[in-house]
Design a protein around this ligand. Structure first.
Ligand SMILES: [Zn+2]
Length: 253
């Protein structure tokens, strides 16, 4: 069964065993590690509780990831944001301001700045990532044709600040890896390519050293569930208890 939390964990293990260093997107841009590096980029489009589960699994595996959350109702959840940040992950804004303001650039930029401040209440965000808004006619990235996110203290946006001829981008958009037919905007142009049927195949390629040294793996947490959740819950809960303790201890000192 694919897109289960257990499969996700196997993916993390495969990356670790293959010698990958896990960096947040911010670290990847500002202090890039040598050799094999993977950035786990998560777009929280909906079901933020699923994102928290992935964040917990990653923390239990000793790795960091980058989370981008939409500010829309049903997705934005401050309790969950706080918990993901406490687990040591990067957290920032999954922006869609141009869609929200129906193409009004001025309003969109004001809207962007207000919500960047909001997210910075929880994390000193230095990167951002656009929401693809597949059903909208507005391409949220176009905001940056008129404005400059660098002036707002942002050092990177995955669609503009990564050289995809050197970094392999793989995304679970459409519940398959790099399934080009289903992604409207969640893709990059002219970069390295790898088509894989399922996560198990991706794991095999990683194990065999058949993937590039630099990877950005984009997942949408709402797609990742566990049908055998009882098993996983046990596993994760054990770790979470320890994690919460560790976090509490760290905050009290
Ligand atoms: Zn999105």
């Amino acid at each position: 069964m694919d897109f289960t939390l257990k499969t996700y964990q196997s993916l993390l293990s495969a990356l670790k065993h293959a010698g990958y260093t896990f960096q947040t997107f911010e670290e990847f841009l500002s202090v890039p590690a040598d050799g094999k590096v993977v950035v786990l980029r998560h777009d929280i489009d909906k079901r933020p509780e699923n994102a928290l589960r992935l964040a917990q699994i990653e923390h239990a595996s000793g790795v960091k990831a980058s989370y981008y959350i939409r500010i829309v109702k049903g997705t934005w959840n401050e309790e969950i944001i706080e918990q993901i940040v406490a687990l040591g992950h990067e957290m920032s804004y999954h922006y869609e301001d141009l869609t929200i303001t129906k193409g009004n650039y001025e309003k969109a930029f004001e809207h962007f700045k207000v919500h960047l401040v909001e997210i910075r209440r929880f994390y000193p965000a230095k990167t951002i990532c656009m929401h693809g808004s597949p059903l909208s006619k507005w391409d949220n990235r176009k905001l940056w044709e008129k404005y400059d996110y660098r002036k707002e203290g942002i050092i990177g946006e995955p669609y503009f600040d990564v050289d995809y001829t050197k970094v392999l981008y793989i995304t679970d958009t459409g519940r398959a890896w790099n399934k080009t037919g289903v992604s409207v905007r969640d893709k990059v142009e002219g970069g390295l390519e790898l088509k894989v049927r399922n996560t198990h195949r991706l794991i095999t390629l990683i194990t065999q050293n058949d993937v590039p040294e630099k990877l950005i793996i984009n997942t949408h947490p709402q797609r990742w569930f566990n049908f055998g959740w009882g098993w996983m819950k046990e596993f994760v809960c054990q770790h979470i208890k320890n994690v919460i303790k560790k976090v509490l201890v760290a905050f009290m000192h």
